[in-house]
Design a protein around this ligand. Structure first.
Ligand SMILES: [Fe+2]
Ligand SMILES: [Fe+2]
Length: 161
């Protein structure tokens, strides 16, 4: 019975990615607060691939398996509102990160100082991402964890692709 273990791993992996996101935002905030420019530069250099690859695939997993699982197995009005809010936020965040990653790539961080204009956009973006991840940690994943029907739904969907 490999599948349930794999599925549990998939749910756990998705859940753990929120901790990675929160850790990233927290390191970013700390670097800004302490005016640690070297650390900030290193974080920003890794930001574009993190946003383009890891964050987008994180959103896709939620939209393909986790949000529908709630709608199919736990469709209370409150849960539907939570999923709609999270889905809406994915749209806003995806829209913003599209142009932001272009701005990050255009900037010549290797030689130049930190682009203050970019930071003015990055900070609220990362703050919104942090709030989004917290809602998923506090509201979404406990619902999934508590419901066998919900985890079974995810199991079936992932197994069938
Ligand atoms: Fe999300
Ligand atoms: Fe998430």
């Amino acid at each position: 019975m490999d599948i349930p273990q794999n599925i549990n791993n998939a749910i756990l992996k998705q859940s753990n990615e929120h901790k990675i996101i929160l850790d990233y935002v927290s390191r970013f905030d700390t670097a800004i607060m302490n005016k640690k420019n070297d650390e900030l530069l290193a974080l920003i250099r890794h930001l574009a691939p993190f946003l383009q690859k890891d964050l987008i695939s994180h959103f896709e997993m939620e939209e393909r398996f986790f949000f529908p699982a709630i709608l199919h197995t736990l469709p209370s009005e409150e849960n539907i509102k939570t999923v709609l809010r999270l889905q809406y936020e994915h749209g806003i965040l995806t829209r913003d990160l599209h142009w932001m990653t272009q701005a990050i790539e255009r900037a010549k961080f290797q030689q130049a100082d930190i682009d203050q204009e970019l930071l003015r956009y990055l900070r609220p973006f990362l703050h919104a991402l942090k709030i989004h991840a917290r809602i998923e940690i506090v509201e979404l994943f406990p619902l999934i964890d508590r419901s066998e029907a919900c985890t079974d739904w995810i199991t079936r969907q992932i197994a069938t692709g």
